[in-house]
Design a protein around this ligand. Sequence first.
Ligand code: E4P
Length: 230
Amino acid sequence: MKLFIDTGSVAEVEEIAAWGVLSGATTNPSLLAKAEGDPGENIRRICELVRGPTSAEVVADEADGMIAEGRALAELHEHIVVKVPFSQAGLAATRALSSEGIPINMTLVFSANQALLSAEAGATYISCFMGRLDDISVDSTAVVREIVETLRPGGYTAQVLAASMRHPEHVVTAAKLGCEVATVPAKVLRQMLDHPLTTSGIEKFTADWQSRPEFAEWLRGLTEARAPVA
Ligand code: E4P
């Protein structure tokens, strides 16, 4: 499963992209509204940092407006994926924009039927929001499982993108269910790093090594003797 970062913050993308685990990014109007600076510049910078698919969302509610905004957003950067909210107008816009070769992330998908319609309209990504389902006491695991199981037999190329990840367990669940992508906020990505046994293990290795200063000297010499990599 590929990991995207779900954010409007360039600083967060700079931090997490350095880990080497990101394949793309998603933004939405709410996330961009929280960020300082010009939204177009922020989206372009995020595209450059993740070097992969980066979703930017239309806000029009009619198909014609979505198509016009989608074409304009797609011109911001070659990595742009146009995010379209699910609706009748969203389906029509998805058909039109995908026919022009513009990749679409159909967002706010909460059922297998909506996912089927999105795939038929030509969406490249289908975003199901797990956290928001859990918020209203609907089992997000069951919904995502049904979406994955519904699309697979039909041979659709649309990728299931697990969104609204509120904690690390959502990410693991999405991977186990066979989602191709999960888009994860920086806070949850940082939480994914942590395990107490990793922390205590590193502390023990460091302390044991430091108990033999001559070994530390040997490793420093070994490292410095290597020719610098060009
Ligand atoms: C997905 O692309 C959305 O930006 C996002 O995951 C929404 O998450 P939220 O429900 O935490 O706002």
